[in-house]
Each structure stands twice: as C-alpha cells, then as structure tokens.
Write a protein that binds this ligand. Sequence first.
Ligand code: COA
Length: 498
Amino acid sequence: MYSERIRLASLRDRIVDAAAAAALIEDGMTVGISGFGCAGDAKAVPFALAERAQREPVRISLVTGASIGNGLDKLLAESGALARRMPFQADAALRKAINAGQVMFVDQHLSETVEQMRSHQLKRPDIAVIEAVAITEEGHIVPTASVGNSASLALFADQVIVEISLRYGTDLEGLHDIYIPADRPGRAPIPLVSPDQRIGATAIPVDPARIAAIVISDYRDSPSTVQPADAETQAIADHLIGFFASEVEAGRLPRNLGPLQVGVGSIANAVMAGLIDAPFENLCMYSEVLQDSTFELFDAGKLDFASGSAIVLSAARGAQVFGDFGRYKERLVLRPQEISNHPEVSRRLGIIGINTALEFDLYGNVNSTHVGGTRMMNGIGGSGDFARSAHTSIFVTKSIAKDGAISSVVPMVGHVDHTEHDVDILVTEQGLADLRGLAPRERARAIIDNCVHPEYRAALEDYFARACERGGQTPHLLGEALSWHLNLEERGHMLATR
Ligand code: COA
C-alpha cells in the first residue's frame, strides 16, 4: 500500500496513526513543522497534539516557516501547548495569547530562523513534522505547496515525522528546488543569478534512518482569505503602475520591470492583479508567497516565471491550479525561504520589493507589525529581508483605517520595523511619495503632499511646521510625537479635535 507515495519500501512499516506520532512529542521539546502562509502545513499530528494537550500538560516551542492554517495556531494556543512560537503567525486567537504575554513570540526575519539554527544560535528541533506528497526511493521528502523552513527543520531535527498528504497529487514532484547553504565561515556565494534558475535538489535529502513515523493525511490546506480589490487598493495599484511606467521611460527599470517581490495580504494581491492591464510584458517574480494574482498574471500571458516559497490560493483558484498543475509547473519553482528571501540574492537580482505597512511616519519609518505601537498583529515576515536589499523598496497602505479613526500616516510610528533608510517609495490611495535621494525635511514634504488623507493633512502639516521651528535634522516635538496614538486609545480617534 502507498507504494507510489512511499517509494523506499523499508519505510512503509513506519506508518502509524496521528496520535501515535504525536506521542513522540514530549513536554518541553522544540518542534519544527512545515507550513508557510497556510500552505503545506503538517496538520494531522498538530491536531492530535492539541487534543493531547487538553488531557495532559505538553508545552512546546513551535517553529514553522510562517503562519499555519486550519486554525492550528488557535487550537495549539488555546490548549496551552504553545510556550514559545516563531517566526511568524497570523491567527487572532494566538495574537490574543501573545499580547496577553501567555505565549512568547519571537518575531523574526523569515530568512534568518534556520540560519540561526545552523550556527547553533537557536535551538535545533527535537522533532520535525513535514507534510509531503511522497518519499523517494532514497528516503528523501518531497514537500507539498510550500518549502518554507521544512528542509532545514528536517535536516536539523533528531527525529522526523512525515505526513503524506493525499490531497496533493504526486505531479508536484519537480516543483521544489532545495538548496541548503553551507556552514560559515567559508561559505561559497549562492549560485543563483536568475529567478528561473534551479540550483538544488527536488526533495529534502534526509537520512531515512531519522524518519521515525509516517502518517497518512487527508486534510486540506486552508484557503487564503484575500479580499478582492476595492477602490482604494485599485488606486494604490494605479499610482504604482504610473510610477513603474515613468521609471521605464527614464531608463531606470527594464521594460519587464525586473523581478517582483510582493508581500502578503489583500492590498499586495490587488497591486499585482493591477499589472494585468498595465503595459508591461514578460514579468517575472522572485517572491516569497505566490497568491491568486500570480496565476491571474500567468493566465493573462503577462508573467513568464514565478519563484517563491509557498503557493497560497483561494479555494476556487487552488482547485483550478492544482487540478491542472501541468499547465503552470514549468514556470514555477518553490525554494527554502532562506533562499527566496536571501538578501544576497535579492540584492544581486535587483528586486522591486512591494510590502504592506500598518502605518508610516512623516519621515518614512514603517511599522508593519505593532498596532498602537505595542500589540502584535502578525510579524515582520519577509518584509525586512527584502526592504533593505531591494533595488527599489516600496511600502503600500490605505491612508486611513477603521473608518477614519486611524491615520496610517502619523507624526512618529509607535514601533519601527523598517527605518527611513530602507524605504524608497510610499504609496496610499491618495498618491505616491518618491523619497529617493531626499533628506528628512524633503521626505516629510513629499509624504504630506502625496500620501496623507485629507482629514489628517492639516494636523500633520501643523505638527511638521512647529517641529521645524524647533529644528533638527529630523524635526520632532517629542512630547507630542505619539499623541495621535494616545488620542486613539483615550478617545477612539487619532485627532484630538474629534
Ligand atoms: N492601525 C491599526 N490597525 C490598522 C492600521 C493601523 N495603522 N492599518 C490597517 N489596520 C488594520 C485594518 O483595519 C485591518 O483590520 P481588520 O483585520 O480588523 O479589518 C488589518 O489591519 C489588516 O489591514 P488591511 O488593510 O486589510 O491589509 P492587509 O491584509 O494587506 O494586511 C498587514 C496588512 C500590514 C497586517 C500585513 O501585510 C502584514 O502582516 N505585513 C507584515 C508582514 C509582511 O509584510 N509580510 C510579507 C513579506 S513578503
């Protein structure tokens, strides 16, 4: 049985049920599980672990690629199984536990987690649980819809549990490109000079002796919940496309724009979808998550190739893409996230990085993670990996949130993820601020003129004028700089006058 899925025959007697596999996980262990943005997460064993945690105390440190689906973070958090969590999450219940101080969340650049394990700065996993479409003749693991951190988690773990997913066809084999950087010092450059290049193996080369258990799983990935474009996200896309057109005309970008990296979420997806009707051809992506818009661009004949670490799709798109995978496979590659997000590679390729901010300030510092300066939203994800090393680093956001009670353009951000030095272009539905080559006072002028919502413009203008009277390279009124956030907390609106 399962001879096509477990091709190394000697491993077939390691098939157990999920509860038996989860029993290998002991209290206090570090557990790595596959999964990135709700794609390719191990499911059967984490479900069984959450169930067990309701009966007996098991608290683990959980390491993934990024967020996981199927409500698993919620179940694990609510069952008390999570002591620590890294490097990213996007679940409301886990967010609540993190912000209550019940789960210690380590918010990391996504390219760094396994690099830090490699150099023993982070504890390596006791057990890794990896979703796979198949195990090869050599005992190597073929992942499903994401690579994420799966390869290094499996290679570093003492024991590996493989979840064979019957939900994905074996035609996914050949999609992945598993390249593992050598130890430092003395590491050679990553030999990737073009987004469509393959530099590694198609499966994770684990020693089959370390595969402790195999579980057959019939769980599906959770579909993505991206919202269709609205008037504001369409306007953001239009501003960006205008900017790209002028860059091409000025000779600063090639006609196909160069490799595009686009962050997660509805705004980023809408921006990419906006390229369908734009006058650019032969696009390519060197990104982290490939969303619905990637496949809309393929279907429109606009996109030649997409390199990512995970494929995260809505239910309808997922059924279409994975039901007819041969149509796309040759134009796709999934890499470990330390390669998809590697600063060495993005600087070499010259990517255009488009990521989403929660808020940004007068001088272009960006907060992508902390609501009100203190409460974790999701995490920095890959945005920092790309922002510093991109050819052009772009952040987008709607100019207001929560029906206008919040301005996403503020005097000073309550938390900084991306400093002004890493931010070239800011875009809201109001317009685009090109900050390249500008000093702080000039940046403030461009941001006020182009990005802030009209309801907040006079207040920001007034703050800036009074700050300039006080002087400084980056003028601020320190007693007042976070007053908009305080107003929101105390009165429910950022403006004192409301
Ligand atoms: N203050 C408080 N809340 C804000 C806000 C602000 N300044 N700006 C937006 N929000 C709220 C929105 O109202 C919305 O709330 P809701 O979920 O209750 O409706 C929520 O934040 C999400 O905003 P939305 O406008 O729908 O954007 P999104 O889905 O594109 O997500 C981020 C935006 C910033 C949360 C998301 O992109 C993220 O987590 N980024 C960090 C990681 C990253 O960039 N990864 C990609 C790297 S490859």
